[in-house]
Design a protein around this ligand. Structure first.
Ligand SMILES: *Cc1c(COP(=O)(O)O)cnc(C)c1O
Length: 407
């Protein structure tokens, strides 16, 4: 079903090639391993060195790619990001490809801002490069989040096996596949793309059982749950859920935009999430917003972008099936409250700073030796700000304890 969803070129009655895993991370290890082995076999056949494999990704890749690279001894070549462009640039990616590249990994739904990378352009540029060089560098699509979104609400978007160089795809069943944590999938374009030597065949359970896994024995409940969801909801059901998520994402995005204090760095077309940054960092930053939102019962992570956009800090809200429109509106209201509190706090800190003549610590002395002004040391200012914060947090805590009801 999943291979068909990703448009695998299967003959009538031909079985798809894929495995169920604990999540996308395991699926990515397996797909990466297949690429590495395939590349090594080809190099050996050609009598060329096969000890320096590399993989090309964007700097925005999920940490499991770094894990794959380190565990399986493959050099990770990352395309750097830049301010305002937070996904892998296909042109720069193809420039990094060399004869030792086992594959280029594109992401359908970047972890950082939910954006879909342009797999079609990557495919077209790589087809050109392969033609020029005689290599046959393939593409893997990490569709951990996007794999259960794009087929339903962006069916026209070409990112999957419709593109000839896409040889394998992973997707997380426990993200938009709507199953509890512990399930992911790796699907290959065809049998030829998964080296037979990696597949173990056992028959002591009564029949031939091919296996290609890293996690060995595990329960089948997640697989059954995925199967149930797919047949229970069907194409229309998943489409409705995804449309609903997108609508709620728009409600949240517009609510945040209206405040005029944020830049939205996620896209309307992508994973239904809102990633946003503060326009003005004079008085407080995204980490403080995240901190204060916790007191309203929201866990909204703040994180800095990877190189070369590490100076940008982002807050991110991922909209899942159970995040209703009412919750979206409530979050907007709570963000407004948090901004108000941070503004008030900043005003109080300014007030303290301007009446600081009481704490004389550093004298600004003019050339003629006369004391004209007093200035606090950096340490003292820091201490005062910390004290105000502490008081503020304690007050809030008291208030919260009294309310005794976080959402
Ligand atoms: C979540 C995610 C992963 C890892 O998936 P798990 O299912 O948690 O192992 C990998 N890549 C991307 C793009 C992701 O969003």
């Amino acid at each position: 079903m999943i291979a068909h969803l990703f448009n695998a070129p299967l003959e009538e009655n031909e079985a798809a090639v894929g495995v169920g895993t604990v999540g996308s991370s395991e699926a990515i290890m397996l797909a990466g391993l297949a690429f590495k082995r395939k590349w090594q076999n080809k190099r050996k056949q050609e009598g060329k060195p096969f000890d320096k494999p590399n993989i090309v990704t964007g700097a925005n890749v999920q940490v499991c790619w770094e894990k794959f690279a380190r565990y399986f001894e493959v050099e990770l070549k990352e395309v750097k990001l830049s301010e305002g462009y937070y996904v892998m640039d296909p042109k720069k990616a193809v420039e990094l490809v060399d004869e030792n590249t086992i594959c280029v990994a594109a992401i359908l739904g970047s972890t950082l801002n939910g954006e879909f990378e342009d797999v079609k352009t990557l495919n077209d540029l790589l087809v050109e490069k392969n033609k020029e060089t005689g290599w046959d560098t393939p593409i893997h699509v990490d569709a951990a989040s996007g794999g259960f979104i794009a087929p339903f609400i962006y069916p026209e978007l070409e990112w999957d096996f419709r593109l000839p160089l896409v040889k394998s795809i992973n997707v997380s069943g426990h993200k938009y596949g709507l199953v509890y944590a512990g399930i992911g999938w790796a699907v290959w374009r065809s049998k030829e793309d998964l080296p037979e030597e990696l597949i173990f065949h056992i028959n002591y359970l009564g029949a031939d059982q091919p296996t290609f896994t890293l996690n060995f024995s595990k329960g089948s409940s997640q697989v059954i749950a995925q199967y149930y969801q797919l047949i229970r909801l069907g194409y229309e059901g998943y489409k409705n859920v995804m449309e609903n998520c997108r609508d709620n994402m728009i409600v949240l995005k517009e609510g945040l935009e209206k405040m005029g204090r944020f830049n939205i760095v996620s896209k309307d077309d992508g994973v239904p999430l809102v990633a946003f940054t503060l326009k003005d960092h004079t008085n407080f930053d995204e980490f403080q917003i995240s901190d204060l939102l916790r007191r309203f019962g929201w866990i909204v992570p703040a994180y800095s972008m990877p190189p070369d956009a590490q100076h940008i800090t982002v807050l991110r809200v991922v909209i899942r099936e159970d995040f209703s429109r009412t919750l979206a509106e409530r979050l907007v209201a709570d963000v407004e409250k948090v901004l108000h509190e941070l503004d008030t706090l900043a005003a109080r800190i300014r007030m303290i700073s301007s009446t600081s003549s009481v704490t004389v610590s550093e004298e600004v002395v003019k050339n003629n030796g006369q004391v004209v002004a007093t200035k606090k040391s950096a340490l003292e200012t820091q201490r005062e700000i910390t004290a105000v914060w502490k008081k503020f947090v304690l007050e809030r805590k008291k208030l919260n304890d009294k309310m005794n009801g976080v959402c």
